[in-house]
Design a protein around this ligand. Structure first.
Ligand SMILES: NC(=O)c1ccc[n+]([C@@H]2O[C@H](COP(=O)([O-])OP(=O)(O)OC[C@H]3O[C@@H](n4cnc5c(N)ncnc54)[C@H](O)[C@@H]3O)[C@@H](O)[C@H]2O)c1
Length: 427
C-alpha cells in the first residue's frame, strides 16, 4: 500500500517543539515501521512500512516559535514545513492545507478543544496532548464529532507504553489480587510553572500531569470513578505573583472498590536530581507493585553539575551510522499507536470501533476528563472553605445520573440540597 499521511503540528513549545517535532522528523525519514514492535503492532509492519509521512505545517502563538520549529525540522530532515503563527493559526493551516490528514495538538491545556473541533470539522484525524480537554461537556462534543465523521482522536497517554507499566499491568492482572488502594505522584519542576508556561493560571498541577496516572489506572483496571475529593495549596507561586495552585491532591474511589491518591505539584526546586519526580504503587489483597519512575538506577554527577538522574525509557537518542540521531522511547510510542490507527482507517478503511483497543482513545480520555473537571470544582470549593476555617468537606459523586458536587456548606441545614449536578449523563 503506497500512501502519504500529511500532519500539521499546532503548538511547538516545550513538548510540541521537542517530542512531537522529533517524532515526526523520524517518521518523515523512516515511517512508522521501526516503532511498531514496541507497542505490539509488529503484525502490521509490512503493511505500514511503505506509507510516507510529511509534516506539512507547524503553528505556534509567536512567529519566533513557529520559525524555530520549522528550522529544526529542516535541520533534521531537509524538509521545510510551512510555518503559521498568531492567536488561531490552526484555522490558517486548515484553510491553506485542507487535505491535512492529522492535526497534532500541543497547545496549552486550556486550548485543545477549539483546535480539535476545527480539525474534526475539516475531516482530519487528531493526535492531541493530554488532557484531551478540561470539561466533560467538551469531551462529549469531541467524541460526538469524531464518531459522526468516523475519525480517530488519539490522546498522548504515553505512560501506558512505559516498559515497566507493561509488566505491571500483567502483574496486577494475574498476581496481586483485588486492588485495595494506591498512590501515584508526579512532581514537576518550578521552572515549568514560573518560566516555561504562560498559562499556569489557566491550569493546575493535577489537570496538567494528573491525567497521566488517571489514564494509567483506567488502562489497568477499566473501573469507573464513583466519588472523589480534592484539595490544593497556594503558597509558593504567589511569592512570584502567580495566582495558581502549587500542588493538588485528589483521592478517587472506583467502582471496583479501590481508592487511589494522586499527588501533583509544579514547584520542585532546580536542585532536585531528576527532570521530574514520579512513581506509583498499588496494594492488592495478595501483593503490591511499586514503580519509581524517577530513579531507575541511572545516576551521574560531576563538578558543578550536582547529582542527576535521567529517564532513558521516556526518550533516548540512538546514533545512526551517518551520525544523526534516531529518537525512541515510550514518549514516542503513544504517537505511533495513534498514527497506526489513522493509517488503518485511511488506507484499509477499518472501523473506528475496531481500532479503539490499539490506542488511547477519546472515549478513554472522557473518564480522565470527568475526573479532572470534577476535581477542579471540588478543589476550589475546599480551598475557599479551608481559608474560612470551615474544613474541606466537598466531594464529587459519579454515576448513572452524571456528576454531582456534594457541598455540605451549600445550603446549611437543608441536606437535600447539598448536591449540585454539573453533568447529567451516565459516566
Ligand atoms: N505528554 C506529556 O508528557 C506532556 C509533557 C508536557 C506538556 N504536555 C502537554 O502539551 C501541551 C503543551 O505543553 P508545552 O509544555 O509544550 O507548553 P508550552 O507553553 O511550552 O508550549 C505551548 C505551545 O502552544 C503554543 N500556543 C499558545 N497559544 C497558542 C495559540 N493560540 N495558537 C497556537 N499555538 C499556541 C505556544 O506558541 C507554544 O508553542 C499541554 O497541553 C501540556 O499539558 C504533555
Amino acid at each position: 500500500m503506497q500512501g502519504r499521511v500529511k500532519i500539521a503540528l499546532i503548538g511547538a513549545g516545550m513538548f510540541g517543539g521537542d517530542v512531537h517535532l522529533r517524532a515526526y522528523a523520524d517518521l518523515q525519514r523512516a515511517g512508522l515501521a521501526p516503532h511498531l514492535g514496541r507497542i505490539g503492532l509488529d503484525h502490521w509492519t509490512r503493511d505500514l512500512a511503505p506509507i510516507q509521512f510529511e509534516l506539512a505545517a507547524v503553528a505556534a502563538r509567536s512567529e519566533k516559535s513557529a520559525r524555530l520549529a520549522r528550522r529544526n525540522f529542516k535541520k533534521w530532515t531537509g524538509h521545510e514545513p510551512r510555518a503559521y503563527f498568531g492567536p488561531t493559526p490552526w484555522l490558517d493551516v486548515l484553510r491553506a492545507i485542507p487535505d491535512v490528514d492529522v492535526v497534532a495538538v500541543a497547545t496549552p491545556d486550556n486550548l485543545h478543544t477549539p483546535v480539535v473541533l476545527a480539525a474534526l470539522k475539516n475531516l482530519s484525524h487528531v493526535i492531541t496532548e493530554k488532557p484531551m480537554c478540561l470539561s466533560i461537556h467538551e469531551a462529549d462534543q469531541i467524541i460526538d464529532l469524531a464518531r459522526r465523521n468516523n475519525l480517530i482522536v488519539a490522546v498522548d497517554m504515553h505512560k501506558r507504553y512505559d516498559p515497566d507499566h507493561l509488566r505491571i499491568r500483567d502483574d496486577i492482572k494475574n498476581r496481586i489480587g483485588d486492588p485495595l488502594y494506591g498512590v501515584a505522584c508526579l512532581e514537576e519542576p518550578l521552572q515549568v510553572s514560573t518560566a516555561t508556561f504562560k498559562w499556569v493560571e489557566q491550569s493546575d498541577p493535577f489537570s496538567y500531569v494528573g491525567p497521566h496516572w488517571v489514564d494509567l489506572i483506567w488502562h489497568y483496571y477499566k473501573s469507573k470513578p464513583v466519588s472523589l475529593t480534592a484539595i490544593g495549596q497556594k503558597k509558593r507561586l504567589v511569592r512570584d505573583g502567580i495566582n495558581a495552585y502549587d500542588a493538588v491532591q485528589v483521592r478517587v474511589d472506583f467502582a471496583n472498590g479501590m481508592s487511589i491518591h494522586f499527588h501533583n505539584n509544579w514547584i520542585t526546586p532546580p536542585d532536585f536530581e531528576g527532570p521530574v519526580n514520579q512513581g506509583h504503587e498499588i496494594v492488592g489483597t495478595d501483593g503490591k507493585v511499586e514503580s519509581d519512575q524517577q530513579y531507575r538506577g541511572l545516576r551521574f554527577w560531576h563538578k558543578g553539575g550536582g547529582s542527576r538522574t535521567v529517564n532513558t525509557h521516556f526518550t533516548r537518542e540512538v546514533s545512526r551510522p551517518d551520525g544523526s540521531k534516531a529518537y525512541v522511547g515510550y514518549g514516542v510510542d503513544s504517537l505511533t499507536a495513534g498514527l497506526a490507527a489513522v493509517c488503518r482507517r485511511k488506507f484499509w478503511h477499518e472501523k473506528r470501533e475496531a481500532l479503539a483497543a490499539i490506542y488511547p482513545s477519546a472515549e478513554d480520555a472522557r473518564i480522565t476528563v470527568a475526573i479532572v473537571h470534577a476535581a477542579a470544582i471540588v478543589r476550589d470549593l475546599n480551598f475557599k472553605y479551608l481559608r474560612r476555617g470551615k474544613g474541606a468537606p466537598v466531594t464529587a459523586r459519579f454515576g448513572k445520573d452524571g456528576i454531582t458536587i456534594i457541598d455540605p456548606h451549600r445550603r446549611p441545614g437543608r441536606s437535600k440540597e447539598i448536591g449540585h449536578r454539573i453533568y447529567d449523563k451516565p459516566i
